[in-house]
Design a protein around this ligand. Structure first.
Ligand code: ADP
Length: 621
């Protein structure tokens, strides 16, 4: 109808358009601006949503209250000298009856349950009545327009008692309205079609978002990366109707990947536990290069598959017809791959949005993996903090006991020496020796604390050199002999072959390890027992050194925890054999520092113990 006016076939008409809401007016606003050049009697009504308000700029705008009945209606009235038409619609709350033959227009906010019922007519009388009702309504909101409205009423005979309506001249149309009817119907149909299309695409989008949300919720619920990948494979495979959905971890430089997580539809062969070739997989290499997914619509015709022997083999073995590989990335770093396999007789027809969906899920998986990784790091950090805390508490306990006890002894000895000048010479000597021994214990404890703390925090400089093991053992033994105050240490046998290769280690630290192990062996073996130091060379890179004794042995369940800081079988505070409980922890730090291992073996109580550690050999020696 507006087009007819724009086509200039109707002169200076009265046009009243009432929109339910401002957003619907916005879509048509440009037309009314153009119509304003054809007539000064244009009224546009709407419930405001943003800046729609009463104004008279190009045409008259009338902002009605959102709860006005007009917000449930939709009207367009065009009245000219010898032409009148109107479309009067109301949103129907109930269902519409078939024989009403009224246009059905889905509302623009996509609620398809809503219907409009109304009339479209070119009957002049009806149009004039509609114009009258609307003009009266306009005056409620815009009383300032009274003169203008009056002028329109005068001009077109709106609201007159002896109007042409009452004269029976209700069909006062002397132009053919059919084209307008056709036009209106086409317009409505086109709008309806557009709306349905928009609705379908919105609904598809909403479905996709729901799916992504459900999958991301499922995968984010867990912080276990294995579970995350399994849930994602299951959900994605199921939703996309894939025959197989695989998710595996893979980095750009990996040559192979192990398939650990899969979804299978029934009757499809499993690939779980298979090793997937990556280095010679052109699809994987393409992903690494472009950081984009690859889609093989038909494996029978895609040259990337047909030209590659490994891919052709996989396709044949596992019946793949269509194949999608999507990278799981995090900040450009490849973390893994999502694969979808379709194993039907015909190639899979990808639906619009499916590929985007896989991409979106892959992004979610990437985020979940990074989250799980961070959590694992956090947990490790937590454990380290707990260990640190334990160390601190132990340190306090040990310090309390270890430092205070000798300190009190030293204090008593020195006080006695000072206050008893007449003390016999022998007793003086005993006092001095006791004070000296206890201060040596304190020195050792502090020394071990510092050594372990330096090793653990990486504040140690390593000076690896080529050494003969025998030399290091000799040094360790001589150091022990000079220090030990054991009355009669057990016999020590050294059995080192002359042909043993040179070892590569920091000499001071190697002697330290040997000294600590031999010292322990002496401490926990009675004088009549025996200690043996041996070395074997079974591994081309490492020599294995063993310090074995025939002493009190270690219970099988203690073999590992003896390496814990402050572990002592008697408990730190009831110790009789001396030592700090830090010796083996220090040894482990040192041995790990050169890439070796240290462990204990024993058949149990009173069965002796063997401590083994490995040290790298000088290659070619
Ligand atoms: P300590 O200074 O107490 O010797 P270590 O860390 O060297 O501290 O040893 C920790 C604990 O491991 C010892 O207190 C002892 O209970 C046990 N242990 C170490 N070496 C031997 C061994 N050769 N025989 C039996 N027990 C041992």
């Amino acid at each position: 109808m507006e087009d007819q006016v724009l086509a200039a076939t109707i002169d200076q008409p009265l046009i009243i358009a009432s929109f339910q809401r401002e957003r619907f007016y916005r879509q048509e606003a440009h037309r009314y601006q153009r119509l304003a050049q054809r007539s000064n009697q244009i009224y546009v009504l709407s419930a405001p949503e943003t800046d729609f308000k009463n104004s008279s700029e190009y045409y008259e705008k009338v902002a009605f209250e959102p709860n006005d009945a007009l917000s449930q209606e939709w009207h367009l009235v065009v009245v000219a000298e010898n032409y009148a038409t109107c479309l009067v619609c109301r949103e129907s709350l109930g269902s519409i009856t078939k024989n009403q033959q009224l246009p059905e227009i889905p509302s623009l906010d996509m609620d398809t349950a809503r219907r409009f019922e109304g009339i479209w007519t070119s009957e002049r009388g009806v149009s004039l009545k509609a114009a009258q009702l609307l003009l009266d309504r306009i005056l409620v909101y815009r009383p300032d327009l009274k003169p203008k409205v009056e002028e329109a009423k005068q001009r077109f005979g709106i609201g007159k008692a002896n109007s042409r309506l009452e004269a029976g001249n209700i069909y006062a149309c002397d132009i053919d309205t059919d084209p307008f009817v056709q036009r209106l119907v086409t317009y409505l149909q086109a709008s309806q079609y557009k709306l349905h299309k928009a609705y379908r695409s919105l609904a598809a989008q909403a479905r996709k978002e729901r799916l992504i949300n459900s999958i991301s919720t499922a995968i984010r619920r867990s912080l276990d990366p294995g579970e995350v990948l399994q849930v994602a494979a299951q959900e994605l495979g199921q939703h996309l109707g894939a025959c197989r959905c695989l998710i595996y971890r893979a980095q750009a430089t990996d040559a192979q990947a192990l398939i650990e997580h899969q979804f299978l539809s029934s009757g499809v062969a499993s690939v779980q536990g298979q090793t997937w070739e990556l280095a010679h997989n052109p699809l994987f290499q393409e992903i690494v290069k472009h950081r984009e997914g690859v889609c093989v619509s038909d494996t029978l015709t895609d040259y990337r598959v047909t030209n590659s022997a490994p891919l052709s083999l996989i396709v044949k073995k596992f019946g793949l017809r269509s194949w999608l590989m999507e990278p799981v990335l995090s900040q450009g770093r490849l973390l893994g791959i999502v694969e979808l396999h379709y194993c039907h007789h015909r190639p899979h027809e990808w639906q619009a949005g499916e590929l985007d969906l896989v991409k979106a899920i892959a992004t979610q998986i990437g985020a979940a993996l990074i989250q799980a990784e961070s959590f694992a790091n956090l947990e490790e950090l937590n454990q380290q903090l707990e260990a640190l805390d334990r160390t601190r508490s132990n340190l306090i306990a040990i310090t309390g006991h270890e430092l205070r006890t000798p300190l009190s002894t030293i204090q008593v000895c020195l006080e006695s020496l000072a206050s008893e000048p007449d003390m016999p010479q022998e007793l003086r000597q005993v006092m001095l020796n006791t004070a000296l021994a206890d201060s040596e214990r304190m020195r050792k404890l502090v020394q071990d604390f510092l050594t372990l703390s330096n090793l653990e925090s990486g504040r140690v400089e390593w000076h690896p050199e080529s050494l003969t093991l025998q030399e290091c053992i000799d040094l360790a033994l001589s150091r022990l002999r000079s220090r030990t105050n054991q009355e009669k240490p057990p016999k020590i046998n050294t059995q080192i072959s002359q042909t043993l290769p040179l070892v590569k280690a920091d000499g001071d630290w190697l002697v330290e390890v040997l000294a600590k192990l031999i010292d322990n062996a002496c401490k926990f073996t009675p004088p009549q027992g025996e200690i043996t130091i041996q070395a074997t060379y079974n591994n081309p890179h490492m020599v294995e050194v063993t310090v074995a004794d025939t002493g009190r042995g270690i219970e099988p369940n203690r073999l590992e925890i003896v390496f814990d800081r402050f572990y002592q079988e008697e408990g730190a505070l009831r110790r009789t054999a001396g030592g700090t409980g830090l010796g083996l922890a220090i040894c482990r730090q040192i041995v790990n520092g050169w890439g070796g291992e240290i462990w204990a073996e024993s058949d149990g109580k009173d069965q002796g113990s063997q401590f083994h550690f490995t040290v790298p050999v000088v290659q070619g020696s």
